[in-house]
Design a protein around this ligand. Structure first.
Ligand code: TRP
Length: 408
């Protein structure tokens, strides 16, 4: 393992820390995550200007800011999905969430904001998997608690504005025991994947529980349309597009590997970078440290204090230095957050210029972010409050969705 040393006089520099990205660990190297290296390692494709152009043509609108700013930066088979869509062959979207805590934070919203956008522009069905089983297996969580959190988190997801006529949210605990086709597909996948493969794809070992070893098939099968007979009947030929953070890619490398052997289509993917922690690009956001992130349940006052006190600054040590040299937007978390949430390109470019030239101070930059986030979180909270138990039940009931296999 890199970074290990037996010589206590040797300073263990951060440079020795190897970048490691799995669905359960995200360990950055010295200069943060090297996303180009991830693309190389994982064998995905960069979303290049040509693909952006193509997305713009097909959707007849300017690409979402997450695409314009390379927040969703990598993909697999995205052109294939677009080609088919243009030819009148629709697809469906699949994403998910591991419900491990009551409080969701801003970073958790990213895939859902993007998925909602894709649902709107392509007008396609969406399935959202709540992996309560996964969190039971990996965390110190009782089964009932994981199940309860799946329903709690579903409210925050619904508050993102998904269309109930086109969206099915399911808890694995519910759906695995009610839909025979789910377990059948899980079994087919398990038969194709050896313990050796799971060990090398996920880094699991002999001492991990058999629950963990068997789990990846459960995250794989929502990629196959016949897992959802209520939506797609027995059709296994509907394309699936999965928006997710790049740490989830191992699941879908495995899925794409087995799909042809089962006579199924390989799912396409679109990958995002990670949302930086409040206290620094390399800081980890954790639900147990309230100052490491902004939660969807924070008050406007808490948001203000957290940003003012804890948002890692790329500004200089003192006013004179700052005016002279300007701030570093690559390091500045407040600026980074604005790239995620401030939609206005011109305004963002102006802020970058002002901050980097030293005209704008850290406090002023933070003020812009505070306003943007207060507004976003208040609006989210209002929408969440209006999500009733009845609505949750609707979203989470297996049922037909608006889906037209042959689009006009
Ligand atoms: N494993 C994911 C998590 O822990 C949840 C998940 C399930 C998911 N299916 C997915 C995420 C599909 C993205 C796409 O959060």
């Amino acid at each position: 393992m890199a970074g290990e040393t037996t010589d206590s006089t040797t300073l263990q520099t951060e440079a020795e820390v190897e970048q490691e990205v799995t669905p359960w660990t995200v360990q950055a190297g010295k200069r943060g995550i090297d996303y180009n290296r991830l693309i190389e390692q994982f064998g995905s494709q960069r979303i290049d200007p040509a693909l952006l152009k193509r997305i713009e043509q097909v959707t007849k609108q300017s690409p979402h800011r997450f695409l314009r700013r390379e927040i969703f930066f990598s993909h697999r088979d995205m052109q294939l999905v677009l080609d088919n869509y243009e030819g009148g062959k629709p697809f469906y979207l699949y994403t998910g969430r591991g419900p491990s805590s009551e409080a969701m934070h801003l970073g958790h919203l990213i895939p859902f904001i993007f998925t909602k956008h894709l649902q709107d522009v392509f007008d396609v069905p969406l399935v959202i998997q709540m992996t309560d089983d996964e969190k039971f297996l990996w965390k110190d969580l009782a089964l009932d608690e994981a199940y309860r959190l799946a329903y709690e988190n579903a409210k925050d997801i619904i508050a993102c504005g998904f269309d109930v006529k086109k969206t099915f949210i399911f808890s694995d605990l519910d759906f695995m025991s009610s839909e025979p086709q789910f377990y059948r597909n899980v079994l087919k996948v398990r038969k194709c994947v050896t313990f050796n493969q799971v060990k090398s794809i996920f880094g699991l070992t002999e001492s991990d529980s058999t629950g963990k070893i068997a789990f990846p098939a459960v995250q794989a099968v929502p990629s196959f349309s016949n897992t959802f007979p209520q939506i797609f009947g027995d059709r296994a030929d509907i394309f699936c597009l999965i928006p997710c953070a790049i740490d989830q890619d191992p699941y879908f490398r495995m899925t794409r590997d087995v799909a042809p052997r089962l006579g199924y289509l390989k799912p396409a993917l679109v990958h995002s970078t990670f949302f930086p922690g409040l206290q620094g690009p390399k800081g980890k956001m954790s639900a147990s440290d309230p100052n490491s992130s902004i939660f969807l349940s924070d008050t406007s006052e808490q948001i203000k204090t957290k940003i003012q006190k804890h948002a890692f600054s790329g500004g200089r040590d003192n006013l004179e230095e700052h005016r002279k040299h300007g701030g570093d937007t690559d390091l500045d978390v407040s600026y980074q957050y604005l790239t995620f949430f401030l939609d206005d390109d011109a305004k963002l470019a102006q802020i970058k210029e002002d901050y980097e030239s030293g005209r704008m101070l850290t406090g002023e930059l933070k003020q812009v972010l505070i306003q943007v986030l207060q507004e976003l979180v208040v609006q989210h909270q209002e929408r969440r409050k209006s999500v009733t138990d009845e609505m949750v039940r609707q979203f989470m009931t297996p049922r037909p969705l608006n889906f037209d296999a042959a689009r006009k």
